[in-house]
Design a protein around this ligand. Structure first.
Ligand code: PEP
Ligand code: MG
Length: 764
């Protein structure tokens, strides 16, 4: 920002003061000394306002307060943005600090400057929150109660653990997290050292204990650096970032200080670790907000690593046998780095849910997984035979012969079907009368690209870039985005990669994005609307995409366009960004195709007008269905009304396809319906040239396309457009699959029926 000073003020644990904690440009000796109550001073003023503000003539403002120790009179202008955290479902955030910049010469900060500062504040806030939570553990009971209350108001509720384990049942249930069936023997992860039972005799000399402990911390930190590099190589940069958090904990001054205090008071390195970990465990396990609760898991994971080093034990107690079902307290990214994943048939965890990083890894590696199986660790014994059904979340312990045989049959059928389908990988998706359909995949993380390869996807039809933002809990930097897009573009080249700009808001709210509570978030300030009002962040994303486009295989896709003006504005910004890059001699593809998503009925109705000014269409039926049928896609109560095979949705798809054909631009469809077996014959019949769905569905969709006859599919599609209900359309689709011989197919018939059932239930 070309400023002379940058400082961070954080709230004290009692929330009564803002304290200068770090600065470049002010006198460093004032760190920790400058304290002001919220509301006082310009910094306190911004904290109270809860939004970024700038002051050209800072000293003439009524709220200005002078702190001689900072040497502040030398600075004329000031801009500041609050650091705010909030729970996923809360509009009111909690201000935990303020980010400030100051300039020596008088300066009018522009809106873009404030926006940039605000973006930085959003990126910093969760990191600060982590360390505030660490500090909170050290605070007094009164402070703790007060902060707990404030966090509650901000939507980060603190509760106590519930649900007692049920050790008696032989069938347990958890959350289905990664598809597939596995039968194997239980293997407990040896990473959990039971602190209470650890055999450890401290030395007489506390100094020696402290040395041992710091050595263990050092080794653990080096291990984590190694893990980070290893995971980066295997799964991509977006995942190795997880380990930065772990490294950050070991380098956290508060964490280290508490360990030191523990050694001083107990004279034992292990006792100190026990005490600190238990304190953290209590604090974090009480947080309801899943993101912050997950940070508690990080601390425990890191703590266990240090304990293991201190006791001189490896992270893995038993060797992993072939075909093991791994049971763990939590599914952690580190497990995938330290275990031989080829030997794992399934993973079950007592805690955690399907959106954790570990769960995403399991899906990327196609290892069946169930998470959140409360009580499972107490119920299962080492080496016991278990069945894990990743489709339903059921776990059977010591199954009887009948059940085992039933699951073996289901497993066999699934394997035959998948082998049959994967054998098609090299063949084109072409109807038997020669009509070609391109089958691409939707991806969100680099690890998904492996699935594209495995299942023969012809490119990426939809790259959902917001997942990076969700992982980061804020806007990722241009460099981080560029790295991600560049990797995707080079891995897929020469196949196309369609990168969609951030589609945040609505159901994809990120807690740190300052979106005020809206009555109708799905109809509100989301997606391209949000990007167009954060122009600097939008430009940064466009630069990152353009820089990754040099191979000529990148396509740019704009979500949720509802009128021509939005498309025009995007084109204008795109052209400006291209000129900016050209001026700096940064290479990019000057012919980068600009496409829009057709996911608002208005866009489908006016497709003719939009087609004139863009290079391709991609129909997003997930949203198009919700807006056409007025059915919230995330509301279970109305889920029975949500059906993309409703004739009204088909009508809008048809209209869009026709408009695209008249203007000679390609049209694809990238909603979940693109992988629904019943929908495929109808979509092909409507003339869609590209279907983009989950990568693992590419083979089955290809099998269906190859069994179709374009003439008959087109007749089916006309009939579906005239149908009087979604059910009739389902029947038309099922009839076509049956007539094409697919439902009775010895290899895939049964499996296809199960997929249709899952499709009906709204799963992938
Ligand atoms: C859609 O709306 O169909 C779509 C593909 O986008 P998303 O599911 O990410 O909203
Ligand atoms: Mg959408």
């Amino acid at each position: 920002m070309d400023a002379d000073v940058c400082s961070v003020y954080l709230t004290s644990t009692d929330l009564r003061h803002l304290i200068l904690q770090a600065t470049i440009g002010l006198d460093r000796s004032s760190v920790g000394k400058v304290r002001l109550p919220p509301g006082e001073g310009l910094v306190g003023h911004v904290a109270r306002a809860g939004r970024p503000l700038s002051f050209t003539d800072a000293q003439s403002h009524g709220a200005y307060r002078y702190f001689p120790e900072t040497g502040e009179e030398r600075f004329e202008s000031l801009a500041a943005a609050p650091l705010i955290v909030r729970g996923a479902d809360s509009a009111r955030g909690l201000t935990i600090g303020v980010l400030v910049v100051q300039t020596r010469v008088r300066r009018e900060f522009r809106d873009e400057d404030l926006e940039l500062l605000d973006t930085c504040a959003r990126l910093i806030a969760p990191v600060v929150m982590n360390s505030q939570l660490l500090a909170l553990v050290a605070g007094s009971e009164t402070d703790r109660a007060r902060v707990v209350g404030e966090l509650g108001e901000a939507g980060l509720h603190l509760t106590h653990d519930a649900s007692a384990p049920d050790g008696e049942r032989r069938e347990q249930r958890g959350i289905p997290t990664s598809r597939g069936i596995a039968i194997g023997r239980a293997h407990f992860l040896g990473d959990h050292v039971d602190l209470a039972d650890a055999d450890y005799t401290p030395s007489q000399d506390p100094a020696e204990e402290w040395r041992d402990l710091t050595d263990a911390v050092d080794v653990a930190r080096r291990e984590l650096h190694g893990l980070r590099d290893d995971m980066g190589g295997r799964f991509g940069a977006d995942f190795s970032a997880v380990f930065n958090t772990h490294i950050q904990i070991l380098e956290d001054k508060g964490f280290v200080a508490k360990l030191e205090e523990g050694v001083r008071e107990t004279g034992s390195a292990l006792a100190a670790l026990q005490r600190v970990l238990e304190e953290y465990r209590r604090t974090f396990s009480a947080i309801e907000d899943p993101y912050f609760r997950e940070r508690g898991t990080d601390i425990q994971d890191v703590g266990q690593r240090v304990v293991a080093r201190l006791l001189g034990v490896g992270h893995q107690a038993d060797p992993l046998a072939d075909g093991s079902v791994v049971f763990a307290s939590n599914l952690l990214p580190a497990h995938f780095a330290m275990l031989d994943t080829d030997k794992i048939t399934a993973i079950v965890s007592e805690h955690g849910g399907p959106t954790s990083h570990g769960a995403i890894f399991a899906r990327a590696l196609e290892i069946p997984a169930v998470t959140g199986a409360v009580g499972i660790l107490a119920a299962v014994t080492r080496g016991e035979e278990v069945i894990v059904d990743g489709d339903t979340g059921r776990i059977f312990l010591s199954p009887d012969e009948d059940l085992r045989a039933e699951y073996e049959r289901a497993q066999h059928r699934a394997i035959v079907a998948l082998e049959h389908l994967d054998a098609l990988a090299e063949r084109p998706a072409e109807t038997w009368d020669g009509h070609r359909v391109h089958l691409t995949a939707n991806v969100g993380l680099l690890s998904d690209l492996r699935l594209c390869e495995r299942h023969g996807a012809e490119g990426v039809g939809l790259f959902r870039t917001e997942l990076l933002a969700l992982v980061h809990r804020g806007f990722p930097s241009e460099q981080e985005q560029h790295q991600l897009y560049e990797e995707a573009a080079s891995a897929m080249a020469p196949r196309p990669v369609t990168i969609r700009t951030l589609d945040l808001g609505g159901d994809k709210a990120i807690p740190n994005l300052d979106i005020e509570e809206e009555e109708n978030p799905q109809l509100g300030w989301r997606s391209i609307r949000l990007s167009l009002s954060h122009v600097e962040s939008f430009r940064a994303q466009l630069r990152a995409i353009l820089r990754a486009s040099t191979r000529g295989n990148v396509r740019l896709l704009i979500p949720m366009v509802s009128q021509l003006d939005e498309l025009r504005r995007v084109r204008e910004i795109l052209e400006e960004t291209q000129r900016e890059l050209a001026d700096r001699d940064v290479p990019f593809d000057p012919k980068l195709p600009l496409g829009i998503m057709i996911e608002v009925p208005a866009a489908a109705v006016t497709a003719e007008v939009l087609a004139r000014e863009c290079d391709f269409f991609s129909i997003g039926t997930n949203d198009l269905t919700q807006y056409t049928l007025a059915v919230d896609r995330g509301n279970e109560r109305v889920a029975h009304l949500y059906d993309p095979l409703h004739p009204a949705v088909l009508y809008l798809i048809d209209r869009t396809v026709r408009a695209a054909a008249r203007h000679g631009i390609p049209v694809s469809l990238c909603g979940e319906m693109a992988s629904n077996p019943l929908a495929v014959p109808i979509l092909v019949g409507l003339g869609l040239g590209e279907l983009s769905g989950v990568a693992s569905a590419v083979p089955v969709v290809k099998e269906i396309v190859r069994a179709l006859d374009m003439g008959k599919a087109a007749t089916d599609a006309r009939e579906a457009l005239d149908a009087s209900s979604p059910r009739e359309v389902h029947e038309i689709g099922a009839r076509r699959l049956r007539e094409a011989g697919l439902l009775d197919h010895p290899d895939i018939g049964d499996w296809l029926m199960r997929s249709i059932e899952r499709g009906r239930n709204g799963d992938d």
